[in-house]
Ligand binder design. Structure first.
Ligand code: FAD
Length: 316
């Protein structure tokens, strides 16, 4: 037997960098736009992998969403992940929006259904599920793939650590996630959650069912009780009563509220990362302070991009 060579030696495990991304929403006024751009510049300095831009159900903010996506691409070093919702849109309309995004150079889309109208009705002709939108995007991509040097559009989808309000069970949610993967989804970002075990259980169930795509935890800085309650009402996710009590006790003392909310988010993010989360997606609510506090405490292993760091230093 010949002596082992370097080629035979098992490769040394290099820890993979943790992905980092932020969610932004298109501003609704001039004043909101100005503060958003302060936030964008602060977040840009942390060199995330992408920033996602929300999209209203039925395309209610189509123009402002596309404007923000454009400006991110033209005026910053950030890569946008454009959310797209299919509720209320026909296949023809949605193909049009997908082509608009691809024409603008967008190469990442988060394919969502969007929240159904409160009366549960579905406008005729509209796509029914996010899975249908994933298929529609893959179809649009296939028609022009040569343009992307045969590269793929990255398609993300939503995943749920606690049962989606319209779903019969967590098991059904996992089946839906598997169906979205089969239709061409590349990764998933989770809905807000309050307990790390909920994230761990989702990943466990998903892997057992055959879901192989990365499932990135979406973490919200819990620095506003009003926002926690509003989001819980909208998403149907019950907030952690202990956290709610702590935020209530700190009410009136801004620094204390921020401390309580940031600590809780850091604990949650850290536990999800320890459970093997491949990245972290922060719901910023267009504010940078809490997101930066969380990052400072987490000290994520991130790839270094020396040229970008030099550019930031020069800009300061
Ligand atoms: P789907 O995957 O279609 O699921 C919707 C419901 O249908 C679920 O109950 C599911 O179990 C069921 N279902 C799905 N497929 C099937 C099937 N084949 N057979 C039977 N049942 C099925 N909303 C916005 O309006 N704009 C945004 O920008 C936005 N961004 C979001 C970002 C993230 C990371 C997340 C987690 C959510 C976001 N949402 C957004 C909210 C989202 O639109 C809602 O949660 C919506 O109710 C469901 O969207 P979905 O893409 O998960 O839908």
């Amino acid at each position: 037997m010949s002596p082992p060579t370097f080629i035979d030696a098992p490769p040394r495990a290099v820890p993979a960098p943790v992905a980092l991304s932020y969610e932004l929403f298109p501003p609704r006024s001039e004043a909101a736009c100005r503060t958003l751009w302060v936030t964008i510049r602060e977040l840009e300095a942390t060199d995330p992998d992408y920033v996602s831009v929300t999209y209203g159900a039925s395309g209610s903010n189509h123009d402002t969403a596309l404007d923000l996506v454009d400006r991110l691409q033209l005026d910053t070093t950030l890569r946008p992940l454009a959310h797209l919702t299919c509720v209320g849109g026909t296949a023809e309309e949605l193909t049009g929006v997908v082509n608009e995004l691809l024409d603008r150079g967008v190469r990442g889309i988060l394919a969502l259904r969007g929240d159904a109208p409160r009366n549960g009705s579905r406008p005729s002709g509209s796509l029914r599920y996010a899975q249908d939108l994933v298929e529609l995007i893959r179809g649009a991509e296939a028609r022009r793939s040569a343009q992307f040097a045969a590269g793929k559009v990255a398609i993300g989808v939503a995943a749920y650590p606690t049962k989606h309000p319209e779903s019969p069970s967590e098991g059904h949610d996992v089946e839906v996630l598997l169906a979205k993967q089969r239709s061409g989804a590349d990764f998933a970002i989770t809905q807000v959650f309050f307990h790390a075990e909920q994230y761990g259980l989702l990943v466990h169930r998903a892997r057992r069912a055959g879901v192989t795509i990365p499932i990135v935890p979406g973490v919200m800085p819990f620095t506003s009780l009003r926002r926690v309650e509003k989001l819980s009402a909208l998403s149907g996710v019950a907030p952690d009563p202990v956290l709610v009590d702590r935020l209530r006790a700190a009410a009136g003392d801004e620094a204390a509220v921020r401390r309580v909310g940031t600590r809780a988010a850091v604990r949650l993010a850290r536990a999800a990362l320890e459970a093997g989360a491949p990245g972290l997606h922060l719901y910023t609510f267009n504010e940078h302070a809490a997101a930066l506090d969380i990052l400072a405490r987490l000290d994520l292993p991130r790839p270094s991009r020396p040229l970008l760091a030099a550019r930031h230093r020069a800009a300061v």
